[in-house]
Design a protein around this ligand. Structure first.
Ligand SMILES: Cc1cc2nc3c(=O)[nH]c(=O)nc-3n(C[C@H](O)[C@H](O)[C@H](O)COP(=O)(O)OP(=O)(O)OC[C@H]3O[C@@H](n4cnc5c(N)ncnc54)[C@H](O)[C@@H]3O)c2cc1C
Length: 409
């Protein structure tokens, strides 16, 4: 530490940081708080000043309660225990759970809350200062902003879907980013739609994706995403979704804003990339969207941003305490904790988005299977376990139907 330059402006040298974090969204802020609590010196940059608007549905699966301090509830706007599924605005089907499945937040308040926690833990936070470049040498990394140059032992790229850190230090990465659009519809004191404790998911609204309405205080976050294949005319798809949605009839829907969703996609790696790490390169780690840690079925990324921020911090703390522990421990933790979920949800996405109408019919018929998926969102079971149980359930049901058809029952 002592022999490094912490902050060099105009060539003046100070002391270095243990870790510099680029991006203070949920992934960066969570990693920062954990590292600062672990006793490291941490500097976190964000190009925007917080609180800031972020294009996002702001739906947190309930299992996030296992990762965060309970006071995150202070920024929760609605607690949701059901999903109203529709197909192209028609045939509403509400499937509920007796427990919460999700929390609705506005990202300006939620992200600011996490950022304040990082600052309280001791992270030096510089907002409104974007990082323009990052480079690494064998013993240190250098981060260059409009205002100065900073050195650290380790850099975390938490700079979202268009990650500069990934571009600079994980060259030639070719990973799919799903296009998405989001608009905030102000409803004032009107009743939330489809209700304060339910979200709406339109399975037929998009090609290889879905449309959503997430209720917040005084507004609805309305969006559409296509999670597979090349998107065409997403704006027209959004307009059709909004136009066909009874709950939005007569409401002014502001022009939607686009942002990519970096859905996890191992299958799309080029042959030469298959041996390359997506997550660790020398002294650099990627977390959250920068690492493409977004569920390819629903586009859920906040839970995985927080989880990957925590796992990155654990690996760095272990490495600082004992240099024999390699940073590859982070990659191993992701492969244990997160990637198996994505392998399952990628398989589900392939089927559901290829046959949306059939999938919608199956939702109606197998509501108990949907309820078991809620248990994944609640953190009671893993996606892998869900898939194994669902397969057994569907197999038994097909057997029953066959026996019935053959009059053997
Ligand atoms: C339309 C849409 C809807 C979504 N809905 C949901 C949802 O309902 N639930 C869910 O779980 N996920 C949702 N997601 C995904 C979710 O938004 C992301 O997965 C999540 O924000 C990832 O967090 P992060 O911290 O990795 O990145 P981000 O939240 O993107 O944070 C990155 C931060 O880095 C900063 N930054 C970027 N570049 C630089 C730079 N060069 N220098 C300094 N700072 C920089 C940015 O200002 C930003 O604050 C949605 C995404 C989209 C596009």
């Amino acid at each position: 530490m002592d022999y490094w330059c912490r902050h060099m402006t105009g060539g003046q040298a100070g002391t270095a940081y243990d870790v510099v974090i680029v991006g203070m969204g949920p992934a960066g802020a969570t990693a920062a708080a954990a590292l600062s609590r672990g006793g490291l010196t941490v500097l976190g940059f964000d190009k925007d000043t917080h609180p800031r608007y972020k294009v996002c549905g702001g739906g947190l699966s309930a299992r996030i309660g296992r990762l965060l301090d309970p006071d995150f509830q202070s920024v929760v706007e609605h607690t949701v225990n059901g999903v109203q599924f529709v197909y192209r605005g028609q045939d509403p089907l509400l499937i509920q759970s007796s427990e919460p499945i999700a929390y609705m937040v506005m990202r300006d308040r939620f992200d600011h809350h996490l950022l304040q926690q990082a600052a309280q833990a001791g992270t030096e936070v510089r907002t409104g200062e974007g990082v323009a470049a990052v480079r690494q040498e064998s013993d240190w990394v250098e981060v260059i902003t409009e205002q100065g140059r900073y050195r650290a032992k380790i850099v975390i790229g938490a700079d979202g879907a268009n990650s500069m850190v990934a571009r600079h230090l994980f060259a030639d990465r070719f990973l799919y980013r799903a296009p998405a659009l989001e608009s905030e519809v102000f409803i004032g004191n009107d009743r939330a739609y489809p209700g304060p404790s339910a979200i709406l998911v339109d399975v037929g609204a998009a090609r290889q994706g879905y449309g959503w309405i997430f209720p917040k205080q005084g507004r609805l976050s309305v969006g559409i995403g296509e999670f597979r294949g090349k998107s065409t005319r997403l704006r027209a798809t959004f307009d059709r979704f909004v136009g066909g949605e009874p709950g939005l009839a007569g409401r002014a829907v502001p022009r939607p804003v686009g942002h990519p969703i970096p859905a996890f996609s191992e299958g799309m790696k080029r042959e030469d990339e298959k041996t390359m790490s997506q997550f660790v390169s020398g002294r650099a780690l990627l977390v959250g969207d920068a690492a493409h840690l977004v569920d390819p079925l629903f586009g859920e990324g906040i839970y995985y941003a927080v989880r990957s921020g925590q796992l990155a911090a654990q690996a760095i703390l272990a490495n600082v305490r004992d240099h024999r522990v390699s940073m590859a421990a982070y990659e191993a933790a992701l492969n244990r904790d997160i990637v198996p979920d994505f392998r399952v949800t990628a398989r589900m996405a392939r089927v559901i988005y290829a046959f949306p109408r059939l999938s919608f019919k199956l939702l109606r018929r197998y509501q108990d299977v949907v309820q078991s998926y809620y248990e994944v969102l609640q953190g009671h079971t893993s996606a892998e376990q869900f898939l194994a149980d669902a397969k057994k359930r569907l197999k038994a049901s097909v057997n029953d139907l066959l026996l019935e058809a053959l009059h053997l029952r």
